[in-house]
Design a binder for this molecule. Structure first.
Ligand SMILES: *[C@@H]1O[C@H](CO)[C@@H](O)[C@H](O)[C@H]1NC(C)=O
Ligand SMILES: *[C@@H]1O[C@H](CO)[C@@H](O)[C@H](O)[C@H]1NC(C)=O
Ligand SMILES: *[C@@H]1O[C@H](CO)[C@@H](O)[C@H](O)[C@H]1NC(C)=O
Ligand SMILES: *[C@@H]1O[C@H](CO)[C@@H](O)[C@H](O)[C@H]1NC(C)=O
Ligand SMILES: *[C@@H]1O[C@H](CO)[C@@H](O)[C@H](O)[C@H]1NC(C)=O
Ligand SMILES: *[C@@H]1O[C@H](CO)[C@@H](O)[C@H](O)[C@H]1NC(C)=O
Ligand SMILES: *[C@@H]1O[C@H](CO)[C@@H](O)[C@H](O)[C@H]1NC(C)=O
Ligand SMILES: [Ca+2]
Length: 584
């Protein structure tokens, strides 16, 4: 379903002016105003339910210490509404936050989710309202904003829920934008000839949601901000199981403290390779070239007993207790780490996927302590286990319960199964963005270089795929230059998954991406480096700049340069020869 800009403009023109810019929030934020502004004929197949509308005024809403936008306090009109699809008895909920009439700046922001959630509940919406954008989230028809895809898929053992998967894959976010933008135009009585700029912002699954739009709906968005996207879904969702299979295959389950110490020693050893000793590995590529995990063998480690509550992607948590640990890093521990860092290869040594950069945490590898036997044993990560159970095996289960008979080749087969079955809905790797580029859209893509949940190399590989597919006749330099006119990738040194990292707190994080994007889209100021801010630790508040890929940071006498270095660049190049088809 495609809706052109002229259709949206026509829908707006058919309604009367509703809101004057000088009006107070209290006077405009009423259910009857919202009902009058509903774009009832916005797209064929969309049936808005005006009886579903709720509104409430929210004043002095404050946000502090967020990763994706600065601190702010603002007022807004909170609107929820529902629609269904013609011929179906489904019900999709939208929540839209409208800025006050005097703060509205002709902008719309769609937001996405994380894990198996299609939204971030209300946590991403402030990032739009503070910039004068109406901002929205969708429940994709899963029953409530807190329900995730996994709560409706599969419908029963053996019966997949493809409708829900397509809504999650790309359709719900598309419809959110189409409805939300037309509604916002009507609500604020934007003149037909005036543009309402349309943006998207999200990280992780939210990053994949952003790519799903840019790859399919060339006309929808003027600017797309994409963090650490969960693309190459077939591979990504299985990849978390790789360390479990490494451990199971080796018969060695490293104590959590041993792998944590390997990470700390890696950070210490590689910190200075970027020319600045600040506790941040800003060049994991140089770390790959110069650091040997074997150098950690024999080093002592010690961790206090702890009880940690881990938030899972399903917004549930598990509490695990870990005993005090003292020991020295073993040859087996170093070998397990080296095998994981190398990434998944099949039994014939052919590459199937990549792993996190050195300095990233080994969270996926966490073993569990058995207090009865006094031994560390396998803990199957539910991040992947639930994917295999629900989406590959079509079982209503939250995990798989055994890795018996699961080999590296099994993981590759699972990756291929997901890729094949969900190639046109979840894989999200179409590298031909020509329609989006021709429509004038801009993309800001970033990825924590020490990401411990989605490999930073995944973003680099996709950027490379787009460059090669779209500019096959240009030189390396010219193709990167042409691409940077509308699509830029920034690795975020020291950052973990969609956030700064606690083990490298001095790395600045790009917190003001929507401001940068607005400046790019609305004023034509194309960024050359990306603004970032240290968000925690002793240097909190310090500003920094990030280098645009393929440039990499290097400090000399305290000054950062963005440089290109062929040998480092090559550490980011992968050939996936486990598959016969190209993997973009
Ligand atoms: C919002 O905060 C401002 C400044 O603190 C205060 O003057 C105002 O009364 C507050 N408004 C409401 C509705 O609480
Ligand atoms: C927005 O409205 C929905 C529906 O009434 C409600 O559940 C939600 O708590 C409201 N959010 C705020 C911030 O008022
Ligand atoms: C690390 O040491 C192991 C023996 O413990 C050896 O097999 C392996 O090749 C070494 N790796 C490197 C990269 O030096
Ligand atoms: C482990 O080491 C710490 C400090 O190095 C010490 O306080 C603790 O008693 C040791 N625990 C065990 C079980 O050896
Ligand atoms: C569905 O499959 C799961 C996993 O195999 C099983 O635990 C559950 O009992 C099954 N449910 C039904 C209703 O058969
Ligand atoms: C690793 O470093 C962090 C500080 O960044 C520290 O809190 C932690 O205890 C260290 N872990 C080990 C095993 O030494
Ligand atoms: C980037 O940061 C600089 C320095 O803090 C600031 O002057 C500039 O306005 C920022 N650019 C954008 C687009 O926000
Ligand atoms: Ca450093």
């Amino acid at each position: 379903m495609r809706v052109s800009r002229s259709t949206l403009a026509a829908a707006a023109a058919s309604t009367l002016p509703l809101v004057a810019q000088a009006a107070s929030l209290q006077s405009v934020c009423t259910t009857s105003n919202v009902k009058n502004a509903l774009p009832l004929d916005v797209a064929e197949g969309i049936e808005l339910d005006s009886s579903s509308v709720t509104t409430n005024v929210v004043t002095n809403y404050s946000v502090t210490d967020e990763n994706y936008f600065p601190d702010a306090t603002f007022d807004f009109c909170n609107v929820t509404l529902a629609y269904s699809h013609a011929g179906k008895d489904d019900r999709v909920l939208l929540e839209i936050w409208l800025p006050t009439p005097d703060n509205f700046q002709n902008r719309w922001l769609s937001t996405g989710g994380g894990g198996f959630a299609i939204n971030s509940q209300e946590s991403s919406l402030p990032g739009g309202v503070m910039y004068g954008a109406a901002a929205g989230q969708t429940d994709a028809g899963f029953g409530s904003f807190s329900n995730q895809l996994t709560s409706v898929t599969p419908i029963a053992n053996g019966t997949n829920n493809l409708d829900a998967i397509y809504m999650f894959g790309y359709q719900a976010i598309h419809e959110l934008g189409v409805i939300g933008k037309a509604f916002t135009r009507n609500f604020f009585s934007v003149a037909e000839k005036s543009k309402v700029y349309s943006y998207y912002q999200g990280c992780s699954e939210g990053g994949r949601d952003g790519w799903s739009q840019a790859q399919r709906f060339a006309e929808d968005l003027d600017g797309v901000i994409i963090g650490a996207p969960a693309i190459r879904y077939g591979q990504q969702q299985v990849n978390h199981l790789f360390p479990d299979v490494v451990e199971h295959t080796m018969g060695y389950y490293p104590p959590t403290c041993e792998l944590e110490k390997i990470v700390n020693l890696t950070i210490t050893a590689c910190d200075g390779l970027d020319g600045k000793k600040d506790g941040v590995v800003s060049r994991t590529d140089l770390c790959k070239l110069h650091f040997n995990v074997n150098s950690t063998i024999g080093k002592p480690y010690s961790c206090a007993a702890s009880s940690s509550t881990e938030m899972l992607r399903k917004r549930t948590s598990t509490t695990s207790t870990v005993p005090a640990q003292n020991g020295t890093i073993s040859a087996k521990g170093a070998a397990a780490a080296a095998k994981m860092l190398d990434g998944l290869k099949d039994s014939q040594g052919r590459r199937a996927y990549f792993w996190y950069q050195p300095s990233a945490g080994f969270d996926d590898a966490d073993a569990q302590y058995n207090y009865e036997t006094g031994k560390w044993e396998l803990s199957i990560t539910s991040l992947s286990g639930e994917w295999v159970a629900r989406f590959l095996n079509l079982e209503q289960a939250e995990n798989i319960y055994s890795l018996d008979d699961v080999t590296y080749d099994t993981l590759v087969q699972w990756m291929e199964l997901g890729w094949n079955r969900y190639g046109d809905v979840l894989q999200t790797t179409n590298p031909d963005l020509t329609p989006f580029q021709q429509a004038g859209g801009k993309i800001l893509h970033y990825h924590g270089e020490s990401d411990n949940s989605i490999p930073a190399a995944s973003s680099v590989h996709y950027h490379e795929s787009v460059r090669k597919i779209m500019y096959p006749d240009l030189s390396f330099e010219d193709s990167n230059k042409a691409l940077a006119d509308w699509y830029q990738l920034y690795l975020v040194p020291g950052a973990a998954h969609c956030s700064p990292s606690t083990s490298q707190p001095n790395g600045p994080f790009p917190q003001t991406n929507l401001a940068v994007m607005i400046d790019w889209v609305e004023k034509g100021n194309s960024p050359t480096t990306l603004n970032a801010t240290v968000l925690s630790g002793d240097h909190k508040g310090e500003k920094g700049e990030l280098c645009a890929w393929p440039q990499r940071p290097l400090w000399k006498n305290g000054e950062m340069d963005c440089v290109f270095d062929q040998e480092s660049f090559e550490t980011w190049q992968y050939e996936f020869d486990a598959y016969k088809l190209p993997l973009y």
